[in-house]
Design a protein around this ligand. Sequence first.
Ligand code: HEM
Length: 399
Amino acid sequence: MITANDFDVSAAWHVAAPYDFLRVLRRERPVFRSEHLGAYVITRYEDVRAAYGDPRRFSSEGSLTISRTLSEETRRTLGEHGSFLSSFVANIDPPAHTRLRRSVSRAFTPRAVAAMRRRFSDLNEELLERALPRGGGDFVAELAHPPSVKLTARFIGVPEADEAFVQERVKDWFQLFLSPQPAERQPVLAEGFLTYLDYVDKLVAARAAEPRDDFVSLMASLIGTELSHREVVELISTILLGGNDTVPNQLGNSVLRLLREGAWPVPPAMVQSAVEECMRIDGASLGSFRHTTTDVEMHGVTIPAGSLCLLSTDSAAHDETVFTEPERFRIDRRNADAHMTLGYGIHFCVGAALARLQLRTALEVLGRRLPGLRLAPGGPIAYRASIVGRGLSALHVEW
Ligand code: HEM
């Protein structure tokens, strides 16, 4: 029999299909402590939303720095950066959060985001032009990642020549901080991460001296008035990860779902709701971490002050009290966008509009250009190990 002790977001079965298990937990153990995760897990929609909405009791401070698995040697190599992300917008509480969030939001105005549509559509078209004659390949590496990576780089202001370098280094830090690594691999990743930080630092200095029309320049112009240098470096390093990884993961999950459901290509009028239903049923983020600032009573369980908690948006998105027949994919589900895959409350994803724009544009262009897209027979479906996200390591397709 499966018990709450089996809750292990890094196990392959758990990443791929935890939903029968989560249903039992929602009913019988809505709040429990996971030994694997070293955290309390909150599984019901209502409770997850309430916790997101209560930053006083569920603090974001240090929530993303899951670096408890770093060895002493790695910590020494990282020095002051061992506590990297302590100034990142997702990792702080009001009032500092309010100030940072206001600055970051300046770059994500509806106009700035809308201006990305054409660019993203062109990036997809160009890529497909080259890919079409091949007749098939790995959707994740060949079709999902390249346009998002390029768009994010342009938006941030990373020169084209540096894109490949940035992508490699972002992978280092993602692995180092967000998925447990064996001690012998940590020093290599730590070196890669330091090289990356150094690069971002120089980029900020260059744009401060000679501003251009990009995110780095805008944020660099706020140093000294609204933001500190460190806040800007952490923000840029992290947003590069946000754009490089989350959107392609969500797109891969969505395309797999649509192909399995026989819902490909998505009619243009349905793209918007398909994107929301895919985010709900196969979300690219599994939830958010918080620390309790005081003892919190929930369903007879006392979460002691100072405990790490996972607000499981993955479970919440399958909560039958909110979503009728949650395991059924319904392309026209009315309330699909009530999912919290993009978070909720004051930390709600600042890139949400950009993420949605990319997902919709990709489904439109791919559906039009590759109407015969199908899964390659026998291709294994495997997920990358991560405690915060769900993404396929590869998806073999034909077109
Ligand atoms: C499908 C793609 C995406 C998913 C699933 C996603 C998910 C999330 C989630 C769950 C949060 C809340 C974190 C928390 O409450 O602790 C968040 C926050 C954030 N996201 Fe995203 N994200 C996506 C795309 C993006 C993109 C494209 C960007 C930027 C280019 C971005 C930048 C951010 C930032 C800066 C925050 C912190 C906001 C704050 O703390 O106020 N995200 N995201």
